[in-house]
Design a protein around this ligand. Sequence first.
Ligand SMILES: NC(=O)c1ccc[n+]([C@@H]2O[C@H](COP(=O)([O-])OP(=O)(O)OC[C@H]3O[C@@H](n4cnc5c(N)ncnc54)[C@H](OP(=O)(O)O)[C@@H]3O)[C@@H](O)[C@H]2O)c1
Length: 254
Amino acid sequence: MTLPRTPSFRLDGKKALVTGASRGIGLGGAVALAEQGAHVVMAARSPQEIEAAAKRLRDMDFSAEGISLDVGDYQAMIAAVEKYGPFDVLFNNAGTNQPIPYVEVTPDNFDMITDLSLKAAFFVAQEVAKGMIAQGRGGSIIHTSSQMGHVGGIDRAVYCGAKWGIEGVTRASAIELAKHKIRVNTIAPTFIRTPMTASTFDDPERVKWLEEKIKLGRVGEIEDIMGAVAFLASDASALITGTSIIIDGGWTAD
Ligand SMILES: NC(=O)c1ccc[n+]([C@@H]2O[C@H](COP(=O)([O-])OP(=O)(O)OC[C@H]3O[C@@H](n4cnc5c(N)ncnc54)[C@H](OP(=O)(O)O)[C@@H]3O)[C@@H](O)[C@H]2O)c1
């Protein structure tokens, strides 16, 4: 009797697009995909920063190129996906937050968060999915959600709305794209030490509170998301779609 074998975690011959790839979680995800053999197209707005990030990957003998792109610029995004695609993997990660009490949220605050974290994310995935359908060899779309896409958080009414929104988009699009063998999932991290969260981590009282909320007793590092990104991109997760991998050290367990 032949033993079952673990499907491959490798991504050789695959092309991946990573948005928000110049630093933080996106840079970690780009490295994770490149380490498994994918060619990674890394996108962010700052041309210097994204080219420097891509060069750091190439210096490690990974296959990567950097492109300057504002994912909220719909026409520019479509042109970039057309030029650099079609893709087998999308790590749809660009997003932002501006913590603010619920009763103080203005339409500008609302637009600033949702335009990037929900609207742009929606249309980047839609455009990449069109290319995957045309290419006809399936694919994996991974959105960066948050634990705040599964619970509520203080000063995070808009951010939670955007991240719960992306969880809903994930489930609905997974149903429609399944017939094309395109899988759609999210990663949902807790507080990860990145440039976006630097001000939170500069406050010892906040860090103490975070370490109490996170059952494993420590905040997240970029390395904590990398295995999940590689897993969801690969055949090792071939029957996983329309769901979320929560990387929260147990925050949402109770
Ligand atoms: N850090 C956390 O604790 C945490 C936890 C859960 C979820 N998340 C989510 O993880 C994602 C990344 O967070 P992070 O902490 O790594 O953020 P970050 O350190 O602020 O990095 C954001 C990245 O996105 C790029 N970016 C921003 N606006 C963009 C735009 N309009 N078009 C293209 N690229 C853009 C930035 O480069 P440019 O400025 O040059 O464009 C940068 O590469 C976000 O979706 C966030 O909501 C973060």
